[in-house]
Design a protein around this ligand. Structure first.
Ligand SMILES: C[S@@+](CC[C@H](N)C(=O)[O-])C[C@H]1O[C@@H](n2cnc3c(N)ncnc32)[C@H](O)[C@@H]1O
Length: 390
């Protein structure tokens, strides 16, 4: 898709500021792309292996940055929440160090449109996957540190953090200064906002940002012609995750799948559920997309076996003493029935989405992305059913 170069004055100001922070840009520039906001474009022909961007650790916003630390938010609160609270408190400060960066972020109106968290309830109820509810928990915990009635602004800054953070496990800090002991850091503790890097849009195959104590770097994953968009990969995410967390879906996503938990879990007896839990196979039943051709994951195979075979056949399968081939056609038939049930539900949901109107339907983009997502799920289920039918 064609890029519109020079996205505007605020971006020129930001680029000047970014260079002053020591951020290096090599042959890349921000540009506007229809449907994706700002992204990064190749400003000249680029070769695989060239370093495109370097962002020094000192330019990041993390919970180790002085302007964040000075608020003394309790350390037991999430990093996501603390960063959002910091952004909120700095929001109206025209002298904030990060002002030129803040000025190029999407607006609240942008988020109201694209982020399912802000959609009308009826549309949210029809999403294939639910959001985790972390925003409410974070707001409740940080409310004592914020001005009265800041929930709306906190929602905005929380979404800014959600959509613009990168994995940062504090390689620049000695263990004694880590937010927790380095060995106990979880992915949720490892968030930092990274200027300029947050211009990159996501693709299922893109440049992989790398980091060390000095900062973040993006290296060219392939040759590009001048004018082509350059993506990074935010991770191996399916489209349900991308929609909930980032407000978009990819037309083609090699990491896409659909979950079958809502079909399988209610069919299990208490004993079967307990056994699956003991064996580590309870839930997360996935039907992946192509390539490779869709097939249920090993967890789904295991759950179907406990549902439809004598228990010893299930045990033999999960212990690896039986490769499952003897029972495969019976399991395929069970899956076919399950997918037919899902296909009927998808049709009903598709009709419900199509019939939504007025306030319940939100703005056109919201209903459109929801309808597109359900069409994708329908295709994954159709492919899965075709495959098990042979
Ligand atoms: C890190 S920001 C990328 C820069 C952003 N496009 C902007 O205008 O500032 C992540 C956000 O960009 C958008 N985005 C990223 N990749 C996209 C894609 N492949 N298609 C559509 N939107 C995308 C989503 O709104 C997402 O929440």
């Amino acid at each position: 898709m064609a890029a519109v170069l020079s996205p505007g004055e605020a971006h020129d100001v930001f680029i000047k500021w970014a260079k002053e922070q020591g951020i290096e840009m090599n042959g890349v520039a921000p540009a506007t792309f229809v449907g994706r906001g700002i992204g990064i474009v190749a400003a000249r022909d680029l070769k695989k292996g060239e370093r495109l961007v370097f962002v020094p650790a000192s330019a990041l916003i993390s919970i180790d940055s002085n302007p964040v630390k000075k608020h003394n938010f309790p350390k037991n609160l999430t990093i996501h929440g603390r960063l959002a609270a910091y952004l909120l408190l700095a929001y109206d400060d025209s002298h904030s160090r990060y002002r030129p960066w803040q000025d190029i972020w999407p607006s609240e109106e942008d988020f109201n449109k694209i982020m399912p968290l802000n959609w009308p309830q009826k549309l949210k109820d029809l999403l294939p996957a639910a959001a985790k509810g972390q925003l409410e928990t974070d707001y409740k915990a940080l409310k004592p540190f914020l001005p009265a009635d800041s929930e709306k602004l906190f929602t905005y800054t929380w979404l800014i953090v959600n959509t613009r953070c990168f994995y940062w496990d504090y390689p620049n800090l000695p263990a004694s200064r880590l937010p927790k002991k380095r060995q106990s850091l979880t992915a949720d503790d490892c968030y930092a906002m990274c200027p300029f890097l947050d211009y990159f849009n996501h693709a299922d195959e893109g440049c992989e940002p790398t980091h060390d104590a000095s900062g973040y770097a993006v290296t060219c994953n392939q040759n590009y012609k001048a004018g082509e968009e350059i993506y990074v990969s935010y991770g191996s995410h399916n489209n349900d995750f991308l929609l909930i967390e980032y407000g978009f879906i990819l037309a083609r996503n090699k990491c896409d799948d659909t979950k079958l938990d809502h079909l399988i879990l209610p069919k299990l007896t208490t004993t079967q559920s307990e056994l699956l839990k003991e064996d580590g196979f309870y839930g997360a039943y996935t039907l992946p997309t192509h390539p490779p051709p869709p097939h249920p994951c090993h967890r789904t195979q295991s759950a179907l076996r406990i549902l439809h075979l004598p228990i010893r056949r299930y045990t033999a399968f999960i212990s690896g003493s039986d490769d499952g081939s003897t029972d495969q056609s019976r399991i395929n038939n069970a899956l076919k029935t399950l997918l037919a049930e899902y296909a009927r539900t998808i049709m009903e949901i598709g009709d419900e989405v199509a019939e939504l109107d007025g306030e319940a339907a939100g703005v056109a983009e919201q209903k459109d992305v929801l309808a597109r997502r359900w069409r994708q799920v329908r295709e994954i289920v159709r492919e899965g059913a075709r495959e098990v039918s042979g």
